[in-house]
Design a binder for this molecule. Structure first.
Ligand SMILES: Cc1cc2nc3c(=O)[nH]c(=O)nc-3n(C[C@H](O)[C@H](O)[C@H](O)COP(=O)(O)OP(=O)(O)OC[C@H]3O[C@@H](n4cnc5c(N)ncnc54)[C@H](O)[C@@H]3O)c2cc1C
Length: 384
């Protein structure tokens, strides 16, 4: 058996890769992360909103500095006619984030644990050798993880599954802007502008984020044209038409569920590379962190001789999104602006929105007990 330079190489220093690297490094594994960018906070393709469930369930986020987040307490959902309804669930919130700094903070956690992050290092090729992989210049490794996003090069090179169904998201960042009701996420349904998903205006940390995501299909106007139409549409409420965005975030969002195969011997995909994004909410940060960490632990067990290769049983713990894929199918095929205008504010619509936004903690939930709320909120970043 050759001696390997790494126990695990992870491709991609974003949510999934950094969570996985932290778990491995904390267990004393020799782990290297290859990242093609020079800085984990540059060229982001995410709004960066973290749901409360992630904060509650993922200890890695404990200690996330409070100046990196802005707590958003509810959603204002606008029908195509711009009529709106306010939704919230007791105790529920979202964290809008200073995402570049959150990424750097996560990278620092991984490095403090002992992981090495090689920036400006693109994964291009790998050859199987007995007991692992040879990555050429990037060295040899006993295990390889593809956490390299929706267009995963690891999946392509090593013959794993790749997503084929996507939304495309585009977002403008406006520096130093203010909006009315900054503690709400303003979400807009409009089939013309954001078919298959939504458009949004969110007050982030020192910026306002204005974006939309839409189904990727031929024959539709390009996302920048849709963005211009959205800016015109919301101008009576939030007028950004005369401002230049400080930055634009954009990217593909896999929405067809987990790819197949998602793993092979000593090889695993995780996060967007695995197609691990909710087909309904298009949120992938929570799943990337959660399954990134879990993959790290499973690889530690395997490499320490305490468990089987995670390419076997472990990947069955990946989400199936069965119900969410069904709702996505219905939304893709039967989305109707007229229906949304009619139904907005009705009990069934509020209940459905509660499921989507507040993860089954519907708007009709009984109030959270004060003790529950206190115990969790005290540990997390205080509201700004
Ligand atoms: C516009 C937009 C808005 C979104 N908003 C939200 C949101 O608010 N909340 C939410 O939960 N989800 C959101 N999502 C989805 C979410 O961003 C993703 O699910 C999440 O980023 C997935 O993390 P990841 O670590 O799997 O992969 P990614 O974040 O895609 O990171 C992949 C990393 O791999 C690196 N990489 C790629 N190829 C190589 C290579 N060959 N060699 C070396 N490195 C490589 C990339 O540079 C990158 O750093 C949004 C997506 C988009 C496009």
């Amino acid at each position: 058996m050759p001696s390997f330079q790494n126990d695990c190489v992870i491709v991609g220093a974003s949510f999934a890769g950094l969570a996985c690297a932290t778990a491995l490094a904390r267990a004393g594994m020799r782990v290297t992360v290859l990242e093609k960018k020079a800085d984990p906070g540059e060229k982001l393709h995410t709004t960066g909103i973290i749901v409360k469930d992630a904060v509650d369930q993922i200890a890695l986020l404990d200690g996330l500095p409070s100046d990196l987040v802005h707590r958003v307490h509810g959603v204002r959902l606008y029908a195509p006619s711009l009529r709106h309804v306010d939704l919230s669930a007791p105790g529920y919130y979202f964290l809008a984030t200073d995402t570049p700094r959150v990424m750097r903070w996560l990278a620092q956690r991984a490095e403090e644990a002992g992981a090495r992050i090689d920036y400006r290092k693109s994964f291009t090729a790998a050859a199987r050798v007995p007991g692992g992989f040879d990555l050429g210049e990037a060295g040899t490794t006993r295990f390889l993880v593809g956490a390299d996003g929706p267009g995963s090069r690891v999946a392509q090179v090593l013959g794993l599954g790749r997503s084929s169904k996507f939304l495309f998201g585009i977002e403008h960042e406006y520096d130093g802007a203010d909006i009315a009701d900054p503690d709400r996420m303003h979400c807009f349904i409009d089939r013309r502008i954001a078919p298959g998903y939504l458009a949004w205006v969110v007050s982030g940390v020192g910026i306002v984020q204005v974006g939309l995501a839409r189904r990727v299909r031929d024959g539709q106007p390009a996302a920048p044209a849709a963005m211009a139409a959205f800016l015109d549409k919301v101008a009576p409420l939030f007028d950004f038409r005369d401002r230049r965005p400080a930055s634009v975030r954009a990217g593909m969002i896999p929405c067809g569920g987990v790819v197949r195969p998602v793993a092979a011997q000593r090889l695993l995909l995780v996060g967007d590379a695995a197609g691990m994004v909710s087909p309904l909410t298009a949120g992938g940060i929570h799943t990337a962190l959660k399954h990134g960490l879990a993959a790290g632990h499973a690889i530690v067990d395997f490499l320490s001789g305490r468990g089987e290769d995670p390419a076997g049983g472990f990947v069955r713990s990946y989400p199936t999104f069965r119900a969410k894929r069904l709702v996505r199918f219905l939304f893709d095929h039967f989305q109707s602006d007229m229906l949304f205008d009619l139904l907005l504010g009705t009990r069934p619509m509020r209940a459905a929105a509660g499921i989507v936004y507040f993860h089954r903690k519907g708007v009709f939930d009984p109030p959270v007990r004060a003790s529950d709320a206190r115990s969790r909120v005290a540990q997390d970043a205080p509201p700004r």
